[in-house]
Write a protein that binds this ligand. Structure first.
Ligand code: ADP
Length: 309
């Protein structure tokens, strides 16, 4: 559906993207994963035509973006990271405004507004002022504004940052609905659990480079190895110096191993000798974020400091 060929972008002297090549299949939910500053937003802005000054090519169903900007933009719904709504208007009036921007009017516009309100789970709040909405409800409405013209490509830039659990769930449901409608979705996030749950293809991006991409199954099959997870106040990095492949995860550490049971035995013996009783010591598997760390040496999670509204 979308082919990205040798796309490079500099902002003045700062390189944001360094020759990115990716194929995004039709009807897939593609997870673009990387830490803050990796280049995700820049790539998305290029794909939706917001950033036009770049090297390389983007093709949509074989048509070069640069030569078909207006026609291709009509097929895309873009949800930027920053919420763009008029707080003093109702949800419905915001949708009316965006619908008109997309050239919709009359009964077609009214019909789409009703459909979108149902899709984003805000049908019962259509007459409420946006300023009375929670952060998550605003984000859902912001997504709705990008869906009014019924695009077949939907680009969502970190759509769940700072949202409450109920809205996060509603956004997941919405994405599942869009997948069922055979839409092509590009979803950027640094929340791995979300990507693993929602996306069927995935691209890891770090410092402007795609370091791995493929279907979720391919990437997991290639990199997912058995591992041990251990956690507890007396379990420290230094205490694990004698082991290869130790990475931090959540409140503890993960160690990959081809022989996890033997590793478990060895660690249990070491802890018993040292009088350490861990809170958790269990078999595990490398998760997406462990795989990302192994490929790049960069943690995705250290940016997860946003509060939930
Ligand atoms: P991400 O979305 O993964 O956080 P971005 O695409 O926003 O990454 O940023 C990639 C790099 O480009 C970062 O180093 C960022 O500081 C830089 N950058 C992004 N937008 C601009 C801009 N408008 N002007 C200058 N530098 C920018």
């Amino acid at each position: 559906m979308i082919e990205i060929q040798g796309v490079r972008k500099n902002y003045d002297k700062r390189q944001a993207l360094d020759s990115v090549n990716l194929d995004i299949p039709r009807g897939s939910c593609f997870g673009l994963v990387g830490p803050n500053g990796a280049g995700k937003s820049t790539l998305m802005k290029i794909l939706v035509g917001v950033v036009e000054d770049y090297e390389g090519d983007v093709l949509v169903q074989g048509a070069p973006f640069k030569q078909n900007v207006t026609a291709i933009k009509r097929r895309i719904g873009y949800v930027p990271q920053d919420i763009c709504l008029e707080e003093t208007l109702t949800a419905r009036d915001n949708l009316l405004f965006f619908g008109r921007l997309y050239g919709l009017k009359g009964s077609k516009l009214q019909e789409r507004i009703q459909q979108v309100l149902a899709l984003i789970g805000l049908a019962d709040r259509e007459k409420s002022l946006v300023r009375t909405f929670s952060g998550g409800m605003k984000r859902r409405l912001n997504i709705g504004c990008a869906l009014l013209h019924d695009p077949d490509i939907i680009v969502l830039d970190e759509p769940t940052v700072g949202v409450d659990p109920q809205s996060r769930w509603a956004i997941f449901e919405l994405i599942h609905d869009l997948k069922r409608q055979d839409k092509t979705i590009l979803y950027s996030s640094h929340y791995m659990e979300e990507v693993e749950q929602l996306c069927d293809t995935i691209g890891f991006i770090d410092q402007g480079n795609v370091v791995e991409y493929g279907t979720m199954q391919e990437v997991l099959a290639k990199h997912r190895h058995a591992a041990i997870y251990l956690e507890g106040p007396s379990v420290t990095r230094e205490g694990l110096n004698g082991y290869e492949g130790v990475t931090a995860r959540d409140k503890g550490f993960v160690i990959e191993s081809a022989e996890p049971l033997r590793l478990l035995e060895r660690i249990a013996k070491q802890f018993a000798d040292e009088g350490i009783i861990p809170e958790r010591l269990e078999l595990s598997q490398a998760k997406l974020e462990d795989i990302f760390f192994k490929l790049t040496g960069t943690h995705l999670r250290d940016t997860r400091q946003e509060g939930v509204q």
